[in-house]
Design a protein around this ligand. Sequence first.
Ligand code: FAD
Length: 425
Amino acid sequence: MSDVADIVVVGAGMVGAATALQLQRLGRKVILVDRREPGSETSYGNAGVISGLNIQITIPREPLQLAQLLLNRVPYFRQNLFALPSNLPWLWAFWRASSDSNLWRIALQSQPLFSTAIAEHLCLASLSRASHLLHDVGYLSIIRDKTKLSTISRDKRLALACDYPFRIISTEEIAELEPFVKPGAAGGLYWPGTYHTPAPDQLAKAYAEALVRFGGEFRQMSVTNLGRHKSGAWDVESLNDTIQSRNVVISAGPWSKGLLEPLGYNLPLGSKRGYHLHFRPKDGAHLTRPVKDDEYGFVLSPMNQGIRLCVGVELDHFDAPARDMLVQGAIGPARELFPIGESLDSTPWLGRRPTFPDQLPMIGAAPNHKGLWFNFGHGHYGLTLGPTSGKLLAEMMDNRVLSMDPVPFAPLRSFRPSAALKSTG
Ligand SMILES: Cc1cc2nc3c(=O)[nH]c(=O)nc-3n(C[C@H](O)[C@H](O)[C@H](O)COP(=O)(O)OP(=O)(O)OC[C@H]3O[C@@H](n4cnc5c(N)ncnc54)[C@H](O)[C@@H]3O)c2cc1C
């Protein structure tokens, strides 16, 4: 068994790269594999926000608001009606999990993962010579509607309950923080504890490079099959390569579902598609931090490539082509908020947020296969949660004392609101 690897991690997005590095910190020997360069897929195109609080993106419960959403009357949401029949089971489970009481329970249960996220990034970034990629600049949400400023929303209640700092700020304070954001809003919500990276792909790449520098391996291969060798080890197979390994971690983001289906796992992992487009700022304007427009649901984020306009939750077939209506719809309101010039990309970038109905990742041992481990489904927060979910999985795999309760993220959890955990045998 000497040529059998200890651990293969499949997928070198933020989640896989950080998981590999956390395993190596515990002394494990890791081979990280990806069909592309580390950090090239969903972990490339996000808004770069690293949040210590689980601010949930939810679906309305009231029938009228829900109908407006599904009829594509909400600026940041689009459902392809032809894909509705295949999306319906996931959408129904997501809707059922989105009651106020259930969301509150989920937010509190997942808070240990969020409250340690920034500290874990700082630690991995310093090991990876990438501390310069983490900026302590906060996050600003612009509120156009005056009544919403004083509303006690779930986010504010959660922040108060978890002692996560936020301030309701006036237009004058917005101008002090971001002088180029145009006046006209009612005010804003400022989250000073939130971090930002202008290069999420480079951060994931730096974690993968650190893994190699400390004795691990990165191998470019497109995994086509996970087979069981007669020794009990796994065969991680591509068309022209096979790695035998005692343990395999699946961290392939939205592609995890497809990789696991041949092994009998039919997981309710949906894909919330989202877009970005880069713009050159006009007349020397700049942003210091990501700025969200609460009403139109887009984020303008200062990235190495330019100002990144991130927008949209789109439900469609997994491989449907990118469509530009959500981005096109956001450009006008974005220009009202900040002076963006011409677009720097010819087409919008499309990414898929791997999302379970309760919006929590799945972290832990595969229910039916020894030596197979899950770490995927981080939804809107994979950049944020890569290092901390990687740490939790590494502790489980190495039989360590766990730094937090893993039950909310258990692969065997039920997605029915408030139901007990059940075993599939
Ligand atoms: C528009 C947008 C904005 C977002 N903004 C934020 C944000 O501000 N903050 C935040 O925390 N999160 C944000 N997110 C979410 C975040 O980007 C994702 O949750 C995160 O990138 C998921 O990381 P991952 O490593 O699980 O997946 P990925 O980054 O997609 O990595 C999966 C990897 O698996 C590899 N892979 C797949 N199949 C195979 C195979 N068969 N063989 C080998 N390799 C394979 C892929 O090549 C890929 O590199 C945003 C997402 C979008 C779309």
